[in-house]
Structure formats: C-alpha cells, structure tokens
Design a protein around this ligand. Structure first.
Ligand SMILES: C[S@@+](CC[C@H](N)C(=O)[O-])C[C@H]1O[C@@H](n2cnc3c(N)ncnc32)[C@H](O)[C@@H]1O
Length: 499
C-alpha cells in the first residue's frame, strides 16, 4: 500500500525550498558528501556505504540524504535542524514524513537533480532501495536510467507548446520548462500527477495537468514538441506478473508503442517533433527495421529511429522480473520469468530492441524521410543538440536533389578524425576510418574515392568539383565516382560528420 502523495501548499512548499537551499541540497554537494565509493554503490542499489558516510556526518545535508534517499529513520531533533523553516510538523502536513517512535521517517523520496544549466528537486515514491520491499503497483517512479536517457536525447529548440506524456514525477517537464513557453503534462495515474504538481510548485513551474490514458486527454490539441518515456515494457498479460503502472500500459506485446507512433502525428503542429523511448519485438529471423517501418508507414511523419540495445527474451525477462524489487532466488521471480518466456514464445519473438524514436511533421508536402539505424556504443551527452542538428540535416537532404547536394562545399566537422591502418612496412593504408567524436559516435570505413573526397572537405571546394577532380586523378569515369560517393556523402551529412 503506497503512502498518500505530497500535497501542494504554496506557503509550506516555499518553506521547504528555503530549507533545501539552506542545506545546499544539490547534486554536487550530495556527491561530495557521499564520495565516489558510496555514490557508485548507491548506483548499484547498495545503501550501506552511504549509510556509513551519512550516519556520522551530523549535518542537515546528511540528514536530508538519510531521510529522503536512503529511507532511514532519523532523530526528530536532527530532522528539525535539517528543516528549520518548515519544521517537522510542516513536513508532516506536506505528507513528506511521519513520526515513527522517537524518530522521523520519510514517506517519499526527495532529491536534487540537475542538467548542465539547471538545478531542481524531485519528489517521487520511495525507491525499493529505501523501503527494502517490492514496489506497489501504483508506484510513482523517481528519476531512472530511462528518464535521463530521454532527457539527454531530447532536441531542445525554443518552442511554444510542449507536452510530456506519462509525466510521472514530472522530470521531463522540468527540462521542457527551460525552452517551452507552455508545458502540458498527462498521466493515467492521479498519484503521479499529484507528485508532478508538487514538483512543479517546489521548482516554481507552471504546467497544465491533465489526467487520462495516452493521447485521450489532449484530443484535438497540437504541440511543437512532445516527449514521452511511456510505459513501454512488454509484459505478459497474466495475473502472475504485477501490472506496474509506471512501466506497463496494459497492452499486449509492443502495441502501446506502435499505437503511439501511429497516432502521434495528429498532435504535432507542422514542423513539430515527437520523441519517445520504446521497445520493439523482433519476430523469428526478421529485421527490427521491418517492424518499426510498418509502424511509421502511412503516418506522413519523418522518422529517425535509433536502436540502442537488443536483448534476447531471457535477458528481457530477467531484467523486468527483477525490476520492482523481486530477487532472483524467489518463486515469484521464477513464475514471472516463465510467464515472460511463454509470452514471447507465443508470438515467436526472438529478440527485443530498445531505442529512441524521433518523429517530425514535415512543414511542406514533400515525402517524409525514414532513417532506421543502430548505434549501440557511447553517444554524445547530452545527445539532444546532435538530434536537433540531425533532424535539420535529414530535412535538408529530403528537400534537396543529388545535384544540389554536390553544389555545396562541405566541411569536415570539428569532432571528426581520420585513422589509417596498414600492414607494417606498407606505404599505403589498407583501412581508412573516419571517426566522429560526438553525435552517434559513428565510425565509417572509407574507400579510395570516399577518402579522397573527405580529404578535400574544408568548406572551400564544392563536392561536385571534388568528384570531377577525383575522377580525373583516378582515371575513372566521373559518373562512377559520383555514384560511389553520393550515398556516403548523404550519410556523412545526415550524421553530422560533414557540415
Ligand atoms: C516510465 S514512467 C515515465 C515517467 C517520467 N516521464 C520519466 O521520464 O521518468 C511512465 C509513466 O506513464 C504513466 N502511464 C502508464 N500508463 C499510462 C497510460 N495508459 N496513459 C498515460 N500514462 C500512463 C505512468 O503512470 C508513468 O508515470
């Protein structure tokens, strides 16, 4: 049974904010207090090192960490010292803590969060790390790996209207508030919306809240930017597996994400962008691209989908049977594991892909572009600027012919380097690689003509003139060189290696 979510009381929340500021409850200060060992252990969901560091520190900051992150009972006097303006009674009225014997325990998680330019505090339900028990089905998730992945990948142009679909504690909306004039948040969970409303007040944000399933609550509305970390986890529809609201939209297979891709276009203004995370099923020996292509087909939207990870059904079952607080030695875990395996087998699923789906409504009546690609290695962080540039580059490519592409004097981006590998003693390399430092971290193997082209991309010579010169140098037909380098040129421009 979950504790009731916090309430929004402007005066009490202002007092809380004053206390959090006074205690310097920031990502940096908490990191310094815990040190690398305890921080890394917390990342592995081990609280003991952090408990040892904070138990003896005796500062308001340490008390806040013990109370709101580790789920420890703290002495009432320590709690009062950590919350001098709000007081323990004010914290109780906000429904952040309850008295327990001689001490005080938190009823929710509350921690600092930041990006490169902003700092916030975010309340959510206590994690299983703090409760030391499996989560309840209406659990409101704090900031997890998927939240930060989406936040990192989101392109952030200045926009009028933004939507965070399935907002949970409101983490994506906090980011949106930095570059959107208005932010709407939705969730099927009233508890989640209560947390989001509390976090909006705590961080001085003004959002529109609407309760309902998926796109229902925004019927007839259009946005310039839509983000969603939706409940995309593929879950067997059997009573053996709990229906965790935060990860499971209640549909079979990957149909929730498929439906979202198919219906999001009605809510995008011309030029508008939608981005969400998702899982997709790979059936038998088919290609994941075929499945996702089927979702996008006929939507009229540009689509750029990056597959980041692939799991087999057993790996997927293990991940999600463990998520929520079940340990692998228990019979519940074994029952859930089997349910997942049966569910995937019933549809012939051989693998499950995870990735980032970015869609755009074209402004004119051109054919939409479709780019389904894989990037499983490290990428830029944040990735959003590269996504925004990548959308602009793909849009430009969709709107220009090959001849127009060749008229441009392209330049190698600053983060691109070239590697030459050869057999010892050889004068000529056998392998030439172009390596991108940022973006998707592309590594592209170049042929002779491609290497020659890239070597003269300094922004002064058009690609067409370079092709003519290379053909003459190699003594081959110009149309042959042109045909060889055009796909390379398009790929390098799309991914930002040539600008
Ligand atoms: C994975 S959490 C994401 C939370 C947060 N946006 C983030 O990025 O961390 C998914 C959210 O979707 C909500 N949700 C579940 N089913 C939904 C539905 N049918 N319609 C709208 N939201 C739903 C859950 O309550 C939860 O808050």
């Amino acid at each position: 049974m979950s504790a009731p979510p916090p309430i929004v009381d402007a005066d009490l929340v202002a007092r809380l904010r004053a206390d959090l500021e006074h205690a310097a409850y920031t990502v940096e200060a908490v990191g310094e207090l815990l040190g690398p060992l305890a921080s890394a252990a917390l990342g592995r969901e081990q609280v003991l090192p952090a408990q040892r560091v904070t138990a003896t520190a005796g500062t308001p900051l340490a008390t806040l960490v013990r109370l709101f992150t580790l789920g420890d009972a703290v002495d009432a006097d320590d709690a009062a010292r950590a919350l001098p303006t709000l007081g323990v009674e004010g914290a109780e009225r906000l429904r952040l803590v309850v008295q327990q014997g001689p001490g005080v325990v938190a009823t929710c998680d509350l921690r600092p969060y930041a990006d490169e330019d902003h700092a916030w505090w975010v309340a959510s339900d206590l994690s299983e790390l703090a409760t030391r028990a499996p989560l309840s089905e209406d659990h409101v998730l704090g900031i997890g790996g998927a939240s930060t992945t989406l936040a990192s990948w989101t392109p952030r142009p200045r926009v009028e209207r933004a939507l965070d679909l399935g907002t949970g504690c409101g983490v994506q909306a906090l980011h949106l508030g930095a570059h959107a004039a208005s932010v709407t948040v939705t969730d099927i969970s009233a508890r989640a919306l209560a947390y989001a409303a509390f976090n909006a007040e705590l961080n001085g944000c003004d959002w529109t809240f609407v309760e309902g399933s998926m796109l229902d609550p925004v019927a007839g509305q259009r946005f310039d930017l839509i983000v969603s970390n939706p409940p995309f986890v593929i879950t067997p529809r059997t009573p053996d597996v709990p229906l965790f609201e935060y990860r499971d939209g209640g549909q079979a297979g990957d149909s929730l994400v498929a439906d979202l891709v198919r219906s999001i276009g009605d809510h995008l203004a011309p030029g508008g962008i939608a981005q969400f995370l998702g899982n997709w099923e790979v059936v038998g020996d088919s290609d994941w691209r075929d499945r996702v292509r089927g979702w996008v087909a006929g939507s009229g939207l540009d689509a750029w989908v990056v597959q980041r990870e692939v799991q087999d059904p057993a790996q997927y079952a293990e991940t999600w049977a463990r998520d929520g607080g079940h340990h692998s030695a228990t019979s519940e875990f074994a029952t859930m594991y089997a349910a997942w395996l049966d569910d995937f087998a019933s549809r012939g699923v051989s693998a499950i892909g995870f990735g980032v789906i970015t869609l755009q409504r074209p402004t004119g009546d051109r054919d939409p572009f479709l780019d389904l690609t894989e990037a499983t290695g490290p990428v830029a962080s944040p990735m959003g600027p590269a996504v925004l540039a990548g959308l602009a580059a793909r849009t430009w490519l969709a709107e220009h012919t090959d001849d127009e592409l060749l008229e441009v004097a392209w330049r190698c981006a600053d983060d691109v380097t070239e590697e030459r590998h050869g057999r010892p003693g050889d004068t000529d390399p056998t392998v030439i690689l172009l390596r991108q430092g940022g973006g998707l971290g592309r590594v592209v193997r170049l042929g002779t003509a491609g290497a020659a082209l890239v070597s003269v991309c300094d922004g002064s010579l058009s690609a067409g003139a370079a092709v003519a010169a290379i053909a003459s140098l190699l003594g081959v037909d110009e149309t042959e060189v042109r045909a060889e380098v055009l796909p390379l040129l398009r790929a390098l421009v799309a991914d930002g290696l040539l600008v």
